[in-house]
Design a protein around this ligand. Structure first.
Ligand code: SF4
Length: 515
């Protein structure tokens, strides 16, 4: 098998710190029998940042599912091909997905097989789902599904959710009860939109609401949609209505949305990293633009590090997720934000396919620095987060080469000390620089004069959420779901004893707690 220096090719940890997000969901229904394909298309185009390995559309027409799945980014459609697309994907109900794999294999064949939306059918029942999140109890579910579908081949955790819904319905449960059982028995994060053989159109979230999913409607109140991010509603000219609550099932009807809380008691645990890195700055979570939170992150970093600010000349951001916090640093400190770091917009190598020794040079190629602007300067560099440390290290090295006198790194996300088991591809302790090093050591390793992390309190305050409404597990080690907590605790112990992880923790049988 072709190998990187440590991981087999099918396991592709984050390339440097450029994390990949699990997935993006967009779904729509029109009550005037108009096709929804174009809404889904634009919805996915607006959230391609959430997954660029594959994309898929599924529409419902005359009792049939019509599907198009493909690798890579959602394509541009030539005017001459529009009719062909509408012909291929007819119907007034549809779901779509963009995906980056955080489960299953990453070779081309597996990526194609793991592309969403996924479907399951048996005994006249059919279901299609589009999913964002990550399932933690994969082994248990694979076994359970395998008992009913002996040929079930696991490609990604989206299959697990879809088949779990199917096997619950085969027990004579209605869809609502099947979803409820799914919420109760699947450990992990899942925001799902789906369609059944009867055109039942629905969306639901896990009992902790870890991943985003909002609902909105068109100005004429004829189209209703579900989306991972509000930016996808905006691009369609839709109005945002609400963010789905944890454990909630929502259906759309001519009269609007019908909301049903199926599981209560689960504590809300919305992913804090969505604010720092994943979501678009122009998306909103609970009425707050991600951009506003990021600006406040910058102001917090100034308040929390007055001595560093006193000794700096300029601010530089790592584009583009570091830009908004740089504005906050500028406002609170009065220092000039020098736009002297630029991204080569069309350099988008599939770095996960490169050997690890090439990673650094790839990052190097992506960002250009205006040398004369940084020469002789003491610089604060704003960065969204530090995961592996590779990206930040390359930036620091570039600045040093160009004559920077001092380089202080401001990370808006607090130190990441543990893996994410909920759909972000940082699923081992070994890949995290913060799992074994203190900030001073990290500064040393990446060649910076200091690394300053925003405090957890500052981050929480800036989001507008309360601390007990956010998932901060990768910072605090407190996971909202029980199996994830057990796996993380067990593997942390082993990691500190020198054990080397061989894959994502939830896909390693030895990581499972002993019965
Ligand atoms: S562990 Fe971290 S990245 Fe994962 S869901 Fe929680 S806050 Fe988000």
């Amino acid at each position: 098998m072709l190998k990187t220096d440590k991981y087999p090719l099918y396991y592709c940890p984050a390339m440097g710190d450029q994390l990949k997000i699990a997935c993006g969901v967009f779904a729509a229904i029109n009550f005037d029998n108009q096709p929804v394909f174009s809404h889904i298309y634009w919805g996915l185009r607006a959230q391609n940042h959430r997954g660029h390995q594959s994309h898929g559309f599924l529409t419902y027409h005359d009792g049939k599912f019509h599907v198009h799945r493909s690798l890579d980014l959602v394509p541009k459609i030539k005017t001459s091909a529009i009719q062909e697309w509408f012909g291929r994907l007819p119907g007034n109900i549809g779901i779509g997905n963009v995906r980056y794999t955080t489960s299953g294999k990453s070779d081309e064949k597996s990526l194609i097989r793991g592309t969403q939306p996924v479907t399951a059918s048996k005994n006249g029942l059919k279901i299609a789902t589009s999913f964002n999140g990550n399932v933690v109890n994969t082994f248990q579910l694979r076994k359970e599904i395998g008992n009913v579908f002996p040929n079930f081949s696991y490609e990604c955790d989206a299959d697990l959710i879809c088949y779990k819904l199917m096997i619950e319905q085969l027990k004579n449960k209605d869809l609502t009860s099947a979803i409820k059982t799914c919420m109760q028995e699947v450990d992990g994060a899942f925001s799902v939109a789906g369609i059944t053989q009867d055109g039942d159109f629905f969306a639901f979230k896990d009992p902790h609401g870890i991943r985003p999913l909002c609902a909105g409607h068109s100005p004429d109140h004829l189209t209703y949609a579900f989306s991972s991010e509000t930016a996808s509603l905006d691009i369609n000219g839709f109005q945002r209505d609400f963010e789905l609550e944890p454990g909630e099932l929502v259906r759309a009807s001519r009269n609007g949305f019908e909301r049903q809380k199926l599981v209560s008691g689960g504590k809300k645990a919305f992913c804090a990293f969505e604010f720092a890195y994943f979501a678009r700055p122009d998306s909103r979570f609970d009425d707050k633009y991600v951009y506003e939170a990021r600006e406040e992150f910058g102001r917090n970093l100034v308040r929390e590090n007055p001595d560093v600010v006193k000794n700096a000349d300029i601010i530089l951001s790592v584009p583009e997720t570091g830009d908004d916090s740089a504005l906050g640093v500028h406002e609170a400190s009065g220092l000039r934000w020098e736009r002297a770091s630029r991204r080569h917009r069309y350099v988008t190598e599939r770095a996960f396919l490169l050997l690890s020794k090439e990673r650094s040079s790839t990052i190097d190629r992506k960002i250009n620095i205006l040398g004369s602007k940084v020469n002789g300067k003491r610089i604060i560099v704003t960065e969204d987060s530090i995961v592996r440390g590779d990206t930040t290290k390359v930036i620091v090295q570039k600045l040093r080469r160009m004559g920077a006198k001092k380089v202080y790194v401001f990370s808006t996300f607090p130190r990441i000390t543990g893996p994410c088991l909920y759909g972000i591809d940082m699923a081992t302790y070994g890949q995290l620089i913060g799992s074994k090093h203190e900030p001073d050591e990290i500064a040393n390793i990446i060649g910076a004069d200091a690394v300053c992390y925003q405090s957890l309190e500052g981050l929480v305050r800036a989001t507008g959420f309360k601390q007990d409404q956010l998932c901060t597990a990768c910072i605090t080690g407190k996971y909202p779901t029980p199996l994830a907590q057990k796996i993380a605790d067990e593997m942390k112990k082993k990691f500190l004893e020198g054990y080397e992880e061989t894959g994502r923790l939830y896909e390693m049988e030895e990581a499972l707690p002993k019965a």
